[in-house]
Design a protein around this ligand. Sequence first.
Ligand code: ADP
Ligand code: MG
Length: 216
Amino acid sequence: MIYGKDIHKAYGAIQVLKGVNVEIKKGEVVSIVGPSGSGKSTLLHILGTLDKPDRGEVTMNSTRIESLTSKKLAAFRNSNIGFVFQFHHLLPEFSALENVSIPAWIAGRKKKEVEAQAKELLQILGVAHRLNNKPGELSGGEQQRVAVARALINQPSIVFADEPTGNLDTANARELHELIFDLRTKFSQTFLIVTHNDDLARLSDRVLQMKDGLIV
Ligand code: ADP
Ligand code: MG
């Protein structure tokens, strides 16, 4: 599903990625672990098409990412990829239901269909009772569940998550892990997750260990 070849990335004088090769198969849940500063987020952003490598290539669903115009890339991203970050980045002015629906509205999908699906996702994620609340009225765990629902609304084939449980207490982190695995079983989605959480890493199909800009 994703193929990254010889990925290099530098920020100024710092060579952050030094020739990463990686392959992710459809339906896999793969964790990326490694010390802070080892390049995990940088790699996730490049594989997730949010950032470009200085050298090397990324292929996703048989599409060479570098070959897309920025307009085509935005459309590709919106329909193929979901993101979950450590800080949820929900829009404070919008309700949980609206936050989940926004990527689908951008994709031009029918409002009725979107609403039904957003409700279903919020139900699966255990926050159906918070549909009309704004992010500021939700607990950290609830906010992160809404962010996961938003990542899934366009039925992306792959979800990238950067320390999705980094801000949650142990009980909430564990529940979110279990939900991620339920979702994988239900929708056969592929997950690539940067994590410090050993539980999440242990549950994955594969763990990639990063060190000094390489997968070791
Ligand atoms: P990790 O996620 O493993 O902690 P990162 O990929 O975030 O590591 O960062 C790797 C290195 O790249 C760090 O030294 C970090 O300071 C640097 N870095 C990351 N993003 C930027 C940026 N936008 N500009 C400059 N340096 C950056
Ligand atoms: Mg990081």
